[in-house]
Design a protein around this ligand. Structure first.
Ligand code: C2E
Ligand code: CA
Ligand code: CA
Length: 732
């Protein structure tokens, strides 16, 4: 480890050094470039000024020479003296190519017969001038500058003309500036060229063009030496490298050894510790990563460990308390209700002792998984200690909480499979709710604990804490559990309420109604039982039990023409298998299709008409007749009514109950009867409690009646007697 870190350091330092060196090189290159540009620009400007100056001097010089000749000639009184003067003059100034005096008494020509070629330019320049005028012109592929003027003011043409090479000032320039002109070209032709070999980037060419009358007369190119980058780099690198090394050394001493080094060594130690604690996790690769990354991982793990349970990965007690406190403090959502649920495994010590710690741990892990799988995002689950778990559930209605707790309870009591062993455990749960059972976390926890204690002692595995006069209704939970238990232990029964035809006494049937066998123990209404069974996935097995029992009892009744109506719930109507199951039970107990009827409420049809109609059609096709129950309460559309394979409408008892005194109710009942008859359906009135109602219904031409006036729901073994008695009564 130590060596690896050293190698790592070395690599990092070399890389850093190379990086610094290349950064320095790039900036040096850039700076050099800038500086060279600047040099070239200033040198160009200097040269230009110098050349301009020299050009002006050239003109002055020409003018001075012209005057010199003029005075010289004026002083010479005779021809010989003039000749002597001119000869002397020409020897003194060899740069003068041509000197001509025309129309004069001297008539001396230094050279050149081609002067005519320049004549035009000269004449143009002299035309307006009173003083001698400067002009330039090409001559014999050379470019010349000249001066022309009149010695004799009366002469028609200039009589003193001097010419010299245009670029004669270049020699002065070279002498003065010490700079060499590399190339001179004139009228498109190179007239002088100096070949030079240059190292790349050593010098830069600059050019000056000379134009006259918009025509390029000639060009000068000269060379400006600039700094060569390679040389510069080589000359400086000797100082820079040691400087960098020194800097890096200082960095290492001050920063790396003081901060980074200790961090790396600390994190590598932590890493070792971490591997001991988390043997399963692969952290090997991290050896190569920088120490800081190790440290980060370590701290992340540390924070996780501080808030989570090591075995199950759930929140630990302190995290849970924090979440609980947060939830209760959060008064932004005043309508929120919370339930604190404590969960305990019955006899967990026994499991540990019998099967060993390993299996015990495996069991806890699985249980934790079921708990966290079952919760919603708003909920929180934690392991407080050993086999004690806690949950914080958010809920709005008491029934919602009952269902939630039931779901969790059912999930937890399913058998566990740990290392190939099947383990069944009993679970105890205590539930307290906020704000009913405590205003703060502590109080709430005390009450949940109290409920758990009751669960551990009492016969119910799940106890909801409840105060005297507490109007929260967690009886739902007891009912749900009772239904489950009742289905297994056969604690339900059916009672049968006769429904009789008002005119044809042989037409009658029984409506099967569900009851608890032990009504003292189960005081809640059967309506509520059905509602909770529907909400908690229990209605299917319950309906199945009802169908089976009704068919069995129908067979035992041995009354061939007797029919039984069964009430179905909405969820049954969503079950595609229902018709098959009914058919199966009918065959099993030799029940004929016309002996079975089903009742569904009007509201149920309207919830999902398409689907319901499909199932109802299948039932009707089997020969089972249908009744719409609680008619008048569910706003069924007439279209559906017309199309449904329905035989009877049962007017809801809320209309029937008061129809003697309430004209509205009686009008509704009467209208319903008429409507049903128009649609070709029969009418049943339920809730017939006295003779007045009975009488009125007879008058209104109702078909069937049902109610306490006719008969209370009958036990199965009372049916025979009741019908014998009633038939005897009608016969008499
Ligand atoms: P429902 O289908 O309208 O059943 C008729 C209810 O009226 C029964 O109450 C019955 O006891 C009651 N009753 C009968 N005659 C009179 C009377 O003259 N006056 C008054 N006030 N009430 C009378 P029960 O048995 O408590 O059932 C209540 C509801 O529970 C039923 O209403 C039905 O919706 C549901 N239910 C009952 N048994 C079953 C069942 O086996 N399966 C399904 N899915 N639902 C059932
Ligand atoms: Ca009914
Ligand atoms: Ca009804």
């Amino acid at each position: 480890m130590r060596i690896r870190i050293q190698t790592f350091n070395l690599v990092v330092f070399i890389m850093m050094g190379l990086l610094a060196l290349s950064l320095w090189s790039v900036s040096l290159y850039w700076l050099n470039q800038q500086q060279n540009e600047e040099t070239v620009a200033t040198q160009r400007e200097n040269a230009r000024q110098q050349l301009n100056q020299l050009q002006l001097q050239q003109r002055d010089w020409l003018q001075n020479r012209w005057q010199e000749v003029r005075y010289g000639i004026a002083d010479a009184t005779d021809k010989d003296r003039r000749h002597a003067f001119l000869n002397q003059f020409i020897q003194r100034y060899p740069q003068l190519r041509s000197l001509r005096l025309t129309n004069s008494r001297i008539g001396l020509t230094q050279s050149g017969s081609d002067f005519n070629a320049c004549r035009q330019a000269m004449l143009a320049a002299v035309a307006q001038a009173t003083q001698p005028a400067i002009f330039d012109c090409p001559l014999q592929q050379q470019y010349l500058i000249g001066i022309a003027g009149r010695l004799n003011q009366a002469a028609p043409l200039p009589d003193l003309v001097m010419l010299m090479p245009y670029f004669s000032f270049i020699d002065d320039f070279q002498k003065q500036s010490g700079r060499e002109i590399v190339q001179v070209s004139q009228a498109g032709e190179i007239i002088s060229f100096r070949e030079i070999r240059l190292q790349q980037g050593e010098a830069r060419f600059i050019h000056f063009g000379y134009t006259s009358n918009d025509q390029l007369r000639g060009k000068l190119s000269l060379l400006i030496p600039v700094q060569n980058f390679n040389q510069l780099w080589l000359s400086q690198v000797i100082w820079v490298v040691p400087g960098l090394l020194l800097l890096m050394f200082m960095f290492y001493r001050l920063f790396y050894r003081a901060y980074v080094g200790p961090l790396i060594s600390l994190s590598s130690k932590m890493h070792k510790v971490m591997r001991m604690y988390l043997p399963g996790q692969s952290v090997e690769k991290r050896h190569l990563a920088p120490g800081l990354s190790l440290l980060n991982t370590y701290f992340l793990n540390l924070t996780h460990q501080a808030k989570h349970d090591m075995l199950t990965g759930l929140n630990n007690r302190s995290m849970f308390e924090e979440r609980l406190q947060q939830a209760l403090d959060d008064d932004s959502q005043l309508k929120r209700k919370y339930a604190l649920v404590f969960i305990d495994i019955d006899q967990f010590h026994g499991v540990n002792q019998r099967l060993g710690q390993f299996i015990g741990d495996g069991l806890l892990k699985q249980l934790a998984k079921r708990l966290s799988d079952g919760i919603r995002e708003s909920d929180c689950v934690s392991r407080l200690e050993e086999d004690n778990f806690a949950m914080l559930l958010e809920f709005r209605e008491d029934d919602e909480l009952s269902s939630l707790v039931e779901k969790i309870y059912q999930a937890l009591i399913q058998p566990y499979h740990v290392y190939g062993r099947e383990i069944k455990i009993a679970i105890r749960m205590g539930v307290a709710t906020y704000p009913e059972h405590g205003q703060d976390a502590n109080e709430l926890a005390l009450r949940a604990d109290h409920a758990l204690l009751k669960a551990q002692k009492g016969e119910w595995p799940v106890v909801f804490e409840q105060d005297e006069g507490d109007n929260s209704d967690f009886s739902a939970f007891t009912v749900i559990q009772s239904i489950r238990k009742a289905l297994v232990n056969d604690e339900f029964k059916l009672v049968y309420q006769p429904v009789i035809h008002l005119k044809q006494h042989q037409k009658r049937y029984l409506e099967a109604l569900l009851r608890w066998k032990d009504e003292d123990e189960h005081r809640h209404s059967i309506d509520r039982t059905i509602e909770l069974a529907e909400k908690n996935d229990l209605i299917k097995p319950l309906t199945q039990w009802i169908i089976e029992s009704a068919c069995a009892e129908l067979q035992h009744l041995a009354m061939d023409d007797m029919q039984i109506a069964i009430n179905l719930s909405m969820i049954d109507l969503h079950d595609d298998k229902l018709p098959d199951r009914i058919a199966y039970s009918m065959t099993r107990y030799s029940v004929k299709p016309n002996q079975l009827m089903v009742e569904i409420t009007e509201g149920q049809i309207m919830q999902d008409p398409q689907r319901v109609i499909e199932i109802l059609k299948r039932l009707s096709d089997m020969g089972i007749s249908l009744t719409i129950d609680d008619f008048g309460t569910g706003q069924a559309s007439l279209t559906y009514l017309k199309n449904l394979p329905v035989e009877k409408l049962k007017i809801d008892r809320s209309f029937v109950k008061d129809m003697v005194h309430d004209i509205d109710d009686s009008a509704i009942v009467e209208a319903t009867i008429k409507l049903a008859h128009t649609l070709g359906k029969e009418v049943v009135a339920e809730g017939v409690e006295n003779s007045e109602i009975h009488e009125l219904l007879v008058q209104m031409d109702c078909d069937y009646v049902q109610g306490y006036y006719i008969s209370y729901p009958l036990e199965w073994d009372q049916i025979h007697a009741w019908f014998e008695h009633s038939e005897a009564k009608t016969a008499s």
